[in-house]
Structure formats: C-alpha cells, structure tokens
Design a binder for this molecule. Structure first.
Ligand SMILES: NC(=O)c1ccc[n+]([C@@H]2O[C@H](COP(=O)([O-])OP(=O)(O)OC[C@H]3O[C@@H](n4cnc5c(N)ncnc54)[C@H](OP(=O)(O)O)[C@@H]3O)[C@@H](O)[C@H]2O)c1
Length: 347
C-alpha cells in the first residue's frame, strides 16, 4: 500500500496533518507561514495529490499581497501549479486512479485553495496526466505559463506557420514558453533579453532573433528582421507602449495583452484600425476547463516529444516559500532581473 494515509501525513490524534505554506492575512512575503495544517479531504470529484513539486507565478504574489483582491478562506494555501501523484480518488473521479502521476494549474484562484503543501485536493477537471519521460519539476514549472502561452497563441492570436511573432522577455516564465511554442507552431520568433547570458538562453530556446533591450534599439532591430511588420505581438510588460509597438505590427497583426492591471497608456487608433489589427486580452484563470485541457493535451505531447522544456531558474525547498515570493516580486515587479525562468519548490 505505497500511498496509504499513514505515509502521507502525520497522525495527530484523529487528524492527519501536513506541511503547507499559507497565509492568515494578505501582506508582505513574510506573511507566508510554513507549518502544519490538516490534510485536505477530497470531495467526490476530487483527487488527493501527494505534491512533488510546485512553481511560483507572479499572480501568487499579487494574491498574497492583496494587490489582486481575491476570495480567500484563511488559512489560505498559496500557489497555482503542482505536480505529483494521486493518493486518493473521490467516488466520482473517472479520469484518474491512485498511483497516477498528474499536474495541475489554476488552483489558489476563484475560491480554490492553493498548491504549496504536501497534499492538495484538486477537481479532476483541472488535472492532467504527466508524461512518463517528464519530471515533476518540469511539468510544475510549465503548467500555468504553458497553458497561458497556448491560449494566447492558439485560441486568441491563431498563430500560423511562417508568421513572425514578437515576445518581450524570452527567458521569462511566460516568454520562454511563448518562444518555444511559437517555434513548434512554425513561426519565426523575435524576442528580447536584458543580459548577454539571457540572450544565450533565448537562442537555446529557439528564438530566431534575440535583441538585448538594454543596449540595442529594439524597434530598429524588429524593422530590419520584419520589414512588413510583426504578425503577432505578445506583450508581457506591465506598462505596454502602444505608440512604439502599434507601428511595428503587420497588416492584420494581432496583439496579446495579459499584464498590467493598472496600465492606462496612450493608444494610436489610426495605424491600428487601418491595418486591420486586433487586440486580445485574457487572464488564463478565466479560461474554461475544456479550453485549459485542450492546451494541456498539446503541452503534454510536446513535452513527451522533447520539444517543449521548462525554463527553471532554481529549485528550493517548500519551507522557503516566503523567500521565493520575495525573489519573484523583485524580479517581475521591481525588475531586478534576478530570475531567468521559474522558481520550483519541493515539499
Ligand atoms: N494574463 C495571464 O493569464 C497571465 C499569465 C501569466 C503571467 N501573467 C503576467 O505576465 C507578466 C509576466 O509574467 P512572467 O511569469 O513571465 O514574469 P517573469 O518570469 O518575471 O518575466 C518577465 C520578463 O519581462 C522581461 N522584461 C522586463 N523589463 C523589460 C523591458 N524593459 N523590455 C523587455 N523585456 C523586459 C524580463 O526580461 P529580463 O529578465 O531579460 O530583464 C523577463 O523575461 C506578469 O505581470 C504576470 O503577472 C499573466
């Protein structure tokens, strides 16, 4: 009985307890506590997953800090992504059984508890099988960013073979997934990076042109590579500059917006509509389970084929969740540039 209840938590009286990273109020990274909570009990259509790896996303830090108001039940376990093994399945679970390796995203959102714990109870509709040749660290690191990249490129921008795609920050969490996926979909890819080391990372991920945005003229480099303009512009920056980017779009160019809740930039209407361009905004957590599963199926195939790889910056113990949040915030919001990809944590 390798996954029996006694091996997954500590018996304290009649309640099994687990280690978790959680908050009792929103606030700074130090509001994250690491300690004992009762094991979650899976409902009818939920699996109880023994968590092997989780990954940090910027939205985890916005929810923790209160920047993004969310429905939270305290103690609230932080985190959206996980990978692990099913140790218990509710009576109504049809897709998975005990012993299956699985991954998930979109937890810790819209009233759901998060993933940064030894165990998580997850609705089967948010779970996907882990490819046999993939590690838990890899799939955890790819989950939210991979689904996000797929939704934007396939569902919204409808990227076609031979088109030119631009994405800011090709070594970042979302950027590294967008670069690889756009190449898989047959596009020519332009990206940016803030250091020579990150330029090399983007080249390894398959980018056709990587521009060091700290030393090069990004607009001039894009115009030289794409004289007819960029077909799909994926904006990862929280302060989009449409005055600069709209003139770089091709006829019928599509632009993806997915960051910058407070942003309110000027917008050059004329060049946008005359070229027949379109603007697509989305938040992955609002995508339906069916949409997310369609994305996950492609991700799994590409991971299994070795064509899609996680960009992991570092792996830390789950007990260091507060430090991981601080590092992610410094890198994404304060732009320290400390990270090149994802922070993965292991219980
Ligand atoms: N809407 C959604 O569904 C969704 C999903 C996921 C993420 N997001 C949001 O998307 C944003 C990015 O997330 P992430 O996980 O990819 O963050 P990340 O890993 O921190 O990546 C941010 C990237 O931005 C780049 N960057 C910073 N300043 C730049 C500049 N001036 N010019 C060009 N590139 C610059 C960084 O490049 P260097 O490191 O080379 O400086 C880095 O690659 C966050 O705001 C996040 O909340 C939204």
């Amino acid at each position: 009985m390798p996954f029996g209840p006694r091996v997954r938590g500590t018996q304290l009286g009649k309640t099994s307890i687990m280690k978790a990273a959680y908050i009792n109020q929103t606030g700074s990274p130090e509001t994250i506590l690491y300690g004992d909570l009762p094991d979650p009990k899976p409902r009818r259509t939920q699996c109880l997953v023994k968590v092997a790896a989780v990954a940090v996303n910027p939205i985890d830090t916005y929810i923790r800090s209160g920047l993004v108001p969310a429905r939270l039940t305290f103690p609230f376990i932080v985190g959206c992504d996980l990978a692990g093994t099913v140790v218990e399945a509710g009576a109504g679970v049809t897709r998975f059984q005990v012993g299956d390796r699985v991954w998930a995203s979109n937890q810790g959102l819209l009233g759901r508890q998060g993933t940064f714990a030894e165990l998580a109870a997850v609705e089967q509709r948010w779970l996907y099988p882990t490819p046999a040749n993939a590690t838990d660290e890899q799939v955890a690191a790819l989950s939210l960013v991979g689904i996000t990249a797929h939704l934007g490129l396939v569902r919204d921008a409808r990227l076609k073979t031979g088109e030119i795609l631009f994405v800011n920050g090709g070594s970042g969490g979302v950027g590294s997934a967008v670069v690889q996926m756009a190449k898989i979909l047959g596009a020519r890819v332009i990206t940016t990076a803030g250091s020579e080391e990150k330029v090399r990372i983007c080249q390894e991920l398959g980018a056709d042109l990587t521009i060091n945005y700290r030393v090069q003229d990004v607009g001039a480099a894009i115009r030289a590579f794409a004289p007819e303009g960029v077909n799909v512009w994926w904006e990862t920056l929280r302060e989009p500059d449409f005055l600069r980017t709209v003139p770089l779009l091709s006829m019928r160019g599509r632009m993806i917006l997915m960051a910058g809740r407070e942003a309110s930039p000027a917008f050059p209407v004329g060049p946008f509509y005359v070229k027949g361009c379109s603007l697509h905004g989305f938040a992955m957590f609002n995508a339906t389970p069916r949409e997310q599963r369609a994305a996950a199926q492609d991700l799994n195939r590409w991971i299994a084929e070795g064509r899609l790889k996680a960009r992991i910056d570092r792996v830390l113990p789950l007990s260091e969740s507060a430090q991981a949040h601080r590092l992610q915030e410094e890198s994404t919001i304060q732009k320290s540039g400390a990270l090149a990809g994802k922070i993965v944590l292991k219980p």
